[in-house]
Design a protein around this ligand. Structure first.
Ligand code: PMP
Length: 364
């Protein structure tokens, strides 16, 4: 019999109150969740957990937007093949959306990204064409373009398309406004990959929550925006060269080796109040703490945003409210440095625990 029974009623749920016609209708409406154990006591920190999306990342939003905007404009014909260069989450999101809507998908991806991302895309019915890591982001990007031109495929162009920031303006930002209605929201923290999240959300926050400070982050060893060096582009807004401030960094999904056109609007329009660089080790450390001490399971970029959020929280006035984007799930990183040092076999401590009672011990 429980000795801790309290007056708190047992948990119940009510269902969604609706039926869903397609997996794509479940995209968005991700929760903002308070951190109760690792945040400083003088502030409230929330994380917007994008891994609640059906393919477990923020890029599900972009994927459905690109496909449905192209359907609407007639650029994408029924059954036409879609092709895109992606470090993983966009590919996984596109694979989910294309599977649901019946479009074949080809993804180009540098061979440096995690194995589970490739296999996930193939599992979702896509074909994955690897490109040499030495050719960096630009290599996989140019390969996608080449394949699109050679075959008459629809190129998704996540780094340039207006469908990218648009979906964050229409969904991510609206969700933040609704969830923080009547509440303070002093800081909103994000990094960038394409820049869709920051550009789309900032358009709305600048207009409707002008007191909210927008904090943008990028890897310390790839501080492209911080360098002040402008990105050279071709006539179709794609990058002409690899940016001089780029070096390979472990924060997958963040900062490609060029400043994306989608992000350029946020840079030119001063959509952020502070730009704070973050290191890979800090990102990994905060992702681990978030999992082990809050039960919230995000990838390296989520850890990076949280590292910056905690830095801002430490100096924020008492009573401040902060919200940080968590772009994806930690499960996507089992083969990466995020899980380095996480044991497969029993640790000494676990062996000792096993031996502390007589039964069911593993053979030595
Ligand atoms: N984190 C991860 C893991 C991502 O895959 C992405 C998207 N590439 C981002 C962050 C950044 O999102 P956005 O492209 O909207 O800037």
């Amino acid at each position: 019999m429980s000795t801790t029974s309290s007056r708190t009623p047992s948990r119940t749920t009510q269902g969604q109150g609706r039926l869903y016609d397609s997996i794509v209708d479940t995209i968005g409406n991700t929760p903002c969740i308070r951190l109760n154990r690792i945040a400083p006591a003088h502030v409230r920190v929330y994380v917007k957990a994008e891994y609640f999306n059906p393919a477990a990342s923020v890029k599900d939003r972009l994927a459905v937007s690109i496909i449905e905007e192209a359907e609407r404009s007639g650029q994408l014909k029924p059954g036409q093949t879609v092709v895109e260069a992606t470090s993983g989450n966009t590919g996984i999101g596109l694979a989910m959306v294309c599977a649901a809507k019946g479009y074949p998908l080809v993804v180009t991806m540098a061979d440096s990204f995690s194995i589970e991302r490739r296999r996930l895309m193939r599992f979702l019915g896509a074909r994955v064409v690897l490109t040499p890591r030495a050719a960096k982001g630009l290599g996989m990007y140019n390969k996608a373009k080449e394949l699109a031109e050679a075959n008459g495929w629809f190129l998704a162009r996540q780094f340039e398309t207006s469908a990218n920031a648009l979906i964050h303006e229409n969904t991510t930002a609206r969700e933040l406004l609704a969830d923080f209605k009547g509440e303070r929201l002093d800081y909103w923290v994000t990094g960038y990959g394409t820049g869709g999240t920051v550009t789309g959300v900032a358009r709305v926050l600048r207009r409707e929550r002008p007191d909210t400070k927008i904090i943008l982050s990028e890897p310390a060893i790839a501080a492209l925006v911080g360098s002040g060096v402008a990105q050279q582009r071709t006539a179709d807004q794609s990058p002409a060269v690899s940016h001089s401030a780029f070096t390979p960094h472990p924060i997958q999904g963040w900062t490609p080796d060029f400043i994306p056109y989608v992000l350029q609007e946020a840079v030119d329009g001063k959509y952020y109040d502070e730009l704070i660089p973050v290191t890979g080790p800090d990102a990994i450390a905060w992702s681990r703490r978030l999992a082990a001490e809050e039960g919230i399971f995000t990838g390296i970029s989520g850890g990076a945003s949280l590292a910056v959020t905690m830095q801002v929280a430490a100096r924020a006035p008492a009573g401040s409210v902060l919200c940080c984007m968590l772009p994806d799930t930690g499960e996507r990183y089992l083969s990466t440095p995020l899980f380095e040092g996480v044991a497969t076999e029993m640790t000494d401590d676990e062996v000792a625990l096993s031996k502390s009672t007589p039964g069911y011990q593993m053979p030595a």
